[in-house]
Design a protein around this ligand. Sequence first.
Ligand SMILES: *Cc1c(COP(=O)(O)O)cnc(C)c1O
Length: 390
Amino acid sequence: MSTQLMNTYARLPVTFEKGRGATLQDTNGKTYLDALSGIAVCSLGHSHPAISDAICLQSKKLMHTSNLYQIENQSQLADKLCELSQMERVFFCNSGAEANETALKIAKKYGHQQNINHPIVVVMDNSFHGRTLATLSATGNPKVHEGFSPLVEGFIRVPFDDIDAIQALSDNPNIVAILVEPIQGEGGIHIPKKGYLKILRDICDQQNWFLMLDEIQTGMGRTGEWFAYQHEGIVPDVLTLAKALGNGMPIGACLTKGTASEVLVPGNHGTTFGGNPLACAAGLAVINVLESNHCISAVAAKGELLLNQFKHALSQQKHVVDIRGIGYMIGIQLDRPCTELVGQALEQGLLINVTRGDTVRLLPTFVMSPEQTEELVTKLTQLIQNFLNP
Ligand SMILES: *Cc1c(COP(=O)(O)O)cnc(C)c1O
């Protein structure tokens, strides 16, 4: 491994050479079942032919022109995303953090339009919104903040899934928005009580705050709906997407509705690469595949089945604290730190993740076969059992 790389990742000792569907192959020819999808990115599996073809064709036609000109693919992708999400406008960028930066700039300017000189965005404990200065400041994890003060100001933090804590802020005249993940991903797959988003929506309506949903991990079918807020029948004012939007092609998006669509004007925000013809060709191909063969409702059904298989297989394990999930977003929380499981799984040819130290996180591809699903359940159950009862 190159020592010229900046020391930002403790990487596992494996190099993948190619991938196909739910599997990857390393440089020694060993195959792995990928139950992490490059952290919820390659939802449609590796080297999906329709997406590879779209990228290949577009790259031979045109890759980049800049946002100084009209871009047909960008307009088409915006139309498509708005139709699916009930949002109205889209700003394309290259990552999740950039999508959230856009959302935060919209919130700040919305405040200044109302002569609020120190606009405040409400954010959650245990949240994750990215690694840029503003998004790490919004993130609710002290470890992410360490060493980077002074942080960006203008955030108030409250516990996740706690309506009373939000209601207690209703007299604060500087609040302009709530930024929240519908399900906390990096935070350990935390699913709020039913009705949480709906109540947040009501509060935001009463207070004229923007409800800004970070669906960078939960969006694009991951939870068994196009977007997680659709489980609760609401629509946000601002929505951020990235990860699975390009199935590996870097692309992010910030979508708005109503008043939030009117905040930014030319000169307020921009990007050189964002929304280029190549990235948008990938996005269009992804949506096309997700729309075919009941792909997303299958994620809902298969996810529930997988969750129940784990619940059944691990039902005798008193050291398993909780097994929770929705769609293909599953967390298995143990009563102790279990980061070693990642390396042990790798040896067994299985890619998983552990987040928050004690929670096995699964974000499988949507294209796992029944045999591969069986393999995932068998191998992971065995690994967890051996780990808990050595
Ligand atoms: C991954 C993630 C981000 C950051 O996305 P990047 O593309 O890494 O900048 C932000 N929010 C959530 C919920 C995420 O899962």
